[in-house]
Design a binder for this molecule. Structure first.
Ligand code: NDP
Length: 282
């Protein structure tokens, strides 16, 4: 088994971002990402700071828009304001959202030209139509990792465990758009292990530590572990039982160091793409 090195992939993407950002700056455009943070959750604050640090390292400005105990209206107003601001090119609405507010209902107010994390339903619609769009960055990271492994995706059997709007569904659509034969599993799937064992490519996006054991994996399969589950000692583990699956899988992403760093790198790549797009769609 070989590890798929997400940190190396992220480094390569970020080098491209730095070059694109420098070119944009030389042309008079400072690529700018705005992150709306509608929560005071400490884990979220840490994650957002890590995005800002990564952005600024590669020459992308990052504005953190902290909202204290906002209602739906305030979040929407902030997203509309940023959508209309010509100095902002990419917008993320960070989760968790306040009780009773969902991402699709506020994401709708992010301009599709700035929706670099696929929060506007327009993006998912375009994905379903097989058109070019910015998919949610985590789903895009799954595909990026697979493509950089030089795997033949057309005709391959892919199984995605998880059907959330931000990860499972867009990951499945991206794989389908590459002509993989895709099965999407969820909490009601019967005999999950048997379905997963059919997969040449298995994507785990559930949020249950170590639930994908060796009996879920076809020998030699490529396994992408999206799960991020905090441990009691402050660490992070995936949805895949790494020690059990490593001897069976052909390739496997570790957690941490797999999908996570690529997700951050793609948020930056999408932002410089949006900044480039702003020249033709101001
Ligand atoms: P959600 O909770 O929104 O979705 C979880 C999905 O898993 C649901 O579709 C659910 O099914 C399914 N599920 C739950 N239990 C089971 C089970 N026993 N068997 C099969 N399917 C099950 O989570 P997200 O999609 O937002 O996130 C998934 C994981 O990815 C989490 O660990 C999250 O932390 C991580 N993540 C990682 C990111 C990264 O950058 N690395 C970014 C975003 C998320 P049902 O629909 O039937 O309820």
């Amino acid at each position: 088994m070989s590890d798929i090195d997400g940190r190396a992939v992220a480094k390569a993407i970020r080098a491209d971002v730095a070059a694109a950002a420098a070119k944009l700056r030389a042309e008079g455009t400072a690529p700018t990402l705005a992150v709306v943070v509608p929560t005071d959750d400490e884990g979220t604050a840490w994650y957002v700071r890590s995005i800002k640090k990564a952005a600024e390292k590669e020459g992308v400005d990052c504005r953190i828009e902290q909202l204290d105990a906002p209602g739906k209206g305030e979040i929407i107003a902030k997203l509309q304001e940023l959508s209309a601001d010509p100095d902002v090119h990419g917008i993320i609405c960070q989760t968790p959202l306040p009780e009773g507010v969902t991402l699709p209902e506020v994401g709708w107010y992010i301009s599709p030209f700035k929706d670099i994390d696929g929060a506007n339903s327009e993006g998912l619609g375009r994905l379903a139509q097989g058109r070019r769009t910015w998919a949610p960055a985590t789903a895009a990271a799954v595909l990026e990792l697979l493509k950089r492994e030089d795997l033949e995706l057309a005709g391959t059997r892919a199984v995605v465990v998880g059907r959330s709007t931000v990860v499972g569904k867009p990951a499945a659509l991206l794989l389908l758009n590459e002509s993989a034969t895709v099965t999407v599993c969820h909490s009601r799937t019967k005999d999950l292990a048997a379905v997963c064992r059919e997969a040449d490519i298995l994507v785990a996006a559930v949020g249950r530590a170590g639930m994908i054991g060796a009996d879920f994996v076809k020998p030699g399969a490529t396994v992408i572990d999206v799960g991020t589950n905090p441990t009691d000692d402050g660490g992070l583990v995936g949805d895949v039982d790494y020690a059990a699956v490593a001897p069976v899988a052909g390739r496997l992403t570790p957690v941490p160091g797999g999908v996570g760093p690529v997700t951050t790198a793609l948020l930056l790549r999408h932002t410089v793409e949006a900044a480039e797009l702003s020249k033709t769609h101001p």
